[in-house]
Write a protein that binds this ligand. Structure first.
Ligand SMILES: [Zn+2]
Length: 219
């Protein structure tokens, strides 16, 4: 451990200091172990998501993430929440642009089923006219996972045929269809293809219909 030039803060959880090489460093004590870090000096910065700064405590300082695309330091926890929000909107959009008709309270956040870099929620969807179907969508490290479960037997051969040309992780069983989608576009496409395999679904009666030029009169 480098010598301390200036002690900024110290308590039983660790310390924040400037070392002999003028480096901003944080130490966190966990029982008898001490871990050292050299995070960004965020003392005068503001997280562009919540608009707050960083509390001058070792663990609070470590709650930081450099969001390169936003050219900004943010709280790691804020970033995770924002990612969850963004994914939630994306998944809802995918469902809304498909033939599935989401129930009014048909989206439920569930625990992340993968545990990648970010612990974002996964989401479970329930649909009108399809009581037997649960669609779960979530983010893994590099792909989206789409898992459709059914309590009534599915025509797995039909689903398999529809995704024949897709070179991705996929599984087709009488009680489930599992697909990995490489990007947002593929996610939308796959959810739509899944929805099109339910022949008896009534057409959506209002709102925007994907791929349609029909205008819907309001009021
Ligand atoms: Zn924040």
């Amino acid at each position: 451990m480098n010598a301390t030039k200036e002690m900024i803060y110290e308590d039983e959880t660790g310390c924040i200091r400037i070392d002999e090489f003028d480096q901003f460093s944080v130490q966190i004590k966990d029982g008898e172990y001490t871990s050292g870090y050299m995070p960004v000096d965020v003392r005068k910065m503001t997280c562009c998501i919540c608009g707050e700064g960083w509390e001058l405590k070792p663990k609070a300082i470590m709650n930081q993430y450099e969001c390169r695309s936003a050219r900004s330091m943010v709280h790691k926890t804020c970033y995770e929440r924002w990612l969850t929000f963004e994914q939630r909107m994306l998944f809802i959009k995918a469902v809304q642009l498909s033939k599935f008709r989401m129930l009014r309270d048909g989206v439920k956040p569930i625990k992340n089923q993968y545990g990648g870099a970010w612990n974002t929620d996964w989401f479970e969807f329930r649909f009108d006219q399809l009581d037997h179907i649960t669609l779960t969508i979530g983010r893994r490290k590099r792909v989206y996972e789409i898992l459709m479960k059914s309590t009534q037997p599915l025509d797995s051969k039909r689903f398999k045929r529809k995704f024949e040309t897709e070179n991705v992780t996929k599984r087709f069983e009488p009680d489930l269809v599992l697909l990995h989608a490489w990007d947002d576009q593929k996610l939308m496409e796959y959810v739509n293809i899944l929805s099109l395999q339910f022949d008896d679904l009534e057409e959506k009666t209002s709102g925007f219909v994907a791929g349609s030029t029909k205008t819907v009169r309001l009021g």
